[in-house]
Design a protein around this ligand. Structure first.
Ligand SMILES: NC(=O)c1ccc[n+]([C@@H]2O[C@H](COP(=O)([O-])OP(=O)(O)OC[C@H]3O[C@@H](n4cnc5c(N)ncnc54)[C@H](OP(=O)(O)O)[C@@H]3O)[C@@H](O)[C@H]2O)c1
Length: 270
């Protein structure tokens, strides 16, 4: 009855794995640092990770919208079926046509599937690539005055674990957002309140963003893909709320202000 948690050391996967372990569900982490190792770029590592596995949580890396993701999800899903997996929960992105292509593959797999389609993670500001920006006090992204309903990763993990361990979630697509639309300027204000330090938001051009990211060591292809993602999903198409957390768990989603208060330690200076 082992559950394989792909990306099990990352933002959602780590929380999913912890919750499963607390429920006494046998967990296998699927990532490059796990044993056996799982690497999306080395398909020879996939079958050993899937051996004896009943359910899989799929958090793809780097992003379902990036080139090659659809092919990887197609191959992994087919292999999961061949290995005898029964249930698969896919972490997906919101407003990304490429992510929807992966969703369709999972939906057609014959497995008991659940899609957890998410807006931008709140934890990008405390555990992800925007942590450094928050610590420096300036968030600079190629995004205009567009509102996004940021979602708490703890809510995502709660939904994923419900789908992995309880009945009633197979064949469901849950679209998860937080309860409030926020622009990046609003986010900076929330973070300023929570940290007691001034955090500002500065919209920049895609070229300025690329220059700064490359200077920080982000590979050029990744910067290009990220710029494409910002332009695509932050063009206003996602500026609306969804009630996936309420649907899946019967409770409201956590607000950004609560997230910021609870995570204030992440921004405490040593
Ligand atoms: N961030 C968002 O706002 C957001 C919103 C909606 C959906 N998503 C989706 O969330 C997923 C990624 O989440 P994230 O960006 O927050 O990353 P993450 O889950 O925080 O971290 C990366 C995880 O992937 C593993 N990993 C990295 N490279 C890998 C590789 N080559 N093969 C296997 N595992 C690898 C890492 O472990 P090791 O280093 O040990 O390999 C770690 O467990 C993407 O599919 C994305 O579409 C993200």
């Amino acid at each position: 009855m082992t559950t394989l948690v792909l990306g099990g050391t990352g933002k959602t996967g780590r929380r999913v794995a912890d919750r499963l372990a607390a429920l006494d569900v046998p967990v296998r982490i699927g990532s490059r640092s796990a044993e056996p190792g799982f690497d999306w770029t080395d398909r020879a590592t996939w079958a050993p990770a899937l051996e004896g596995v009943e359910a899989v949580y799929v958090s793809y890396y780097p992003d379902l919208a990036f080139p090659g993701a659809v092919e990887d999800i197609e191959a992994l899903t087919a292999l999961a079926v061949r290995c005898g997996v029964k249930r698969l929960v896919l972490l997906s992105g919101r407003g990304e046509p490429q992510a929807e292509a992966s969703e369709r593959i999972v939906q057609a797999s014959g497995l008991d599937w659940t899609i957890v389609r998410c807006g931008w993670f709140m934890q990008n500001f405390s555990e992800g690539y925007l942590l450094e920006a928050v610590l420096e006090g300036v968030i600079a992204l190629p995004v205009a005055d567009v509102a996004e309903p940021f979602v708490d990763v703890d809510d995502i993990a709660d939904v994923a674990v419900a789908a992995l361990t309880r009945d009633g979630h197979a064949g469901r697509l849950y679209e998860l957002t937080g309860p409030r639309l926020l622009t990046f300027t609003d986010v900076a204000a929330e973070l300023s309140r929570a940290t007691g330090r001034r955090v500002t938001y500065v919209p920049v051009t895609a070229e300025q963003y690329a220059e700064a990211a490359i200077a920080h060591g982000v590979p050029e292809e990744e910067v290009e893909a990220l710029n494409g993602l910002f332009a695509e999903v932050l063009d206003g198409r996602n500026a609306h709320l969804s009630d996936g957390v309420q649907q899946a768990l019967g409770r409201p989603a956590r607000d950004f202000a609560d997230y910021a208060r609870a995570n204030a330690e992440a921004w405490a200076r040593p």
